[in-house]
Write a protein that binds this ligand. Structure first.
Ligand SMILES: Nc1ncnc2c1ncn2[C@@H]1O[C@H](COP(=O)(O)OP(=O)(O)OP(=O)(O)O)[C@@H](O)[C@H]1O
Ligand SMILES: [Mg+2]
Length: 243
């Protein structure tokens, strides 16, 4: 369980986060929706332990982050996976090497695990490709495999579908749902697109100018149904508009 108590983050004059109080249960899928500049990425950087809050406390389970030793912070960081809008893959590494990198940084090698995850995200056949040879949707699938390679208990998603078209957005949302079913991490999904948040998340927090101004519960849409062809979805879209 993660709890935030009176968390604020200031950058000089800018109050990026302002007195946040909420908690996330283990295994929940929570959405944070907010406009550009509302503080979404700042919140994720704080939860990813890259930055510290100016004020307030953050509990991971029983432990308050600022009471942890450097070693404990390193260990906690290893339980967190993150995916980004622009994928953040290393262009000089192959797909396989990108996914293996978080293990390599710990001095570990596990080719089987990397292959299993590449199978899981449907990218095994392109494991020797470089990022420049992949589409946006494929890059994000590789980034998801990379985020899962250390078996995270918390998966932070910073607008992972914001650079993708509708079809790839649905595919990534579907993959995140499968990720949740298969590995049960807590997922915090940040976006400015209400449709993606509503499709994936059970509970949604609204962030405005660094404050949580609303919270709603949601019944996520079923995206597990057969994938319609692109042309079929366009046709249905047109039909919907006419109706
Ligand atoms: N390192 C920084 N130094 C100074 N100000 C910052 C820094 N990072 C963020 N900010 C400011 O904090 C506020 C929140 O920024 P943040 O990037 O968290 O917003 P966001 O909701 O992620 O926006 P977007 O949807 O555009 O990604 C903004 O006013 C931004 O300019
Ligand atoms: Mg952002």
């Amino acid at each position: 369980m993660i709890q935030l108590h009176h968390v604020s983050k200031d950058y000089q004059q800018i109050n990026a986060l302002d007195d946040l109080n909420f908690q996330i249960e283990q295994g929940e899928i929570v959405g944070i929706i907010g406009k550009s500049g509302s503080g979404k990425s700042t919140l994720l950087r704080i939860l990813n332990l890259i930055e510290t809050p100016t004020k307030g406390e953050i509990y991971f389970g029983e432990k308050e982050i600022q009471t942890l030793t450097k070693k404990q912070i390193q260990q906690t960081k290893q339980t967190i996976g993150m995916i980004f809008q622009h994928y953040n893959l290393l262009s000089n590494l192959t797909v396989h090497q990108n996914v293996a990198l978080p293990l390599k940084l710990l001095g570990k090698t596990n080719h089987e695990k990397v292959d299993e995850l590449l199978d899981f995200v449907g990218m095994r056949m392109k494991s020797q490709y470089y990022p420049a040879e992949l589409s946006g949707g494929e890059k994000q699938r590789v980034a998801i495999a990379r985020a899962l390679v250390r078996n995270p208990t918390l998966l932070l998603c910073d607008e992972p579908t914001s650079s993708l078209d509708e079809e790839n957005t649905e595919e990534i949302i579907r993959l995140l749902k499968r990720t949740h079913k298969e590995f049960s991490p807590t997922i915090l999904f940040v976006s400015h697109e209400l449709s993606s948040v509503k499709t994936l998340c059970e509970r949604v927090l609204v962030l405005e100018s660094g404050r949580i101004t609303d919270e709603f519960f949601n019944t996520p849409k079923d995206v597990s149904s057969p994938v319609l062809s692109y042309a079929e979805r366009i046709k249905r879209g047109v039909k919907d508009v006419r109706n």
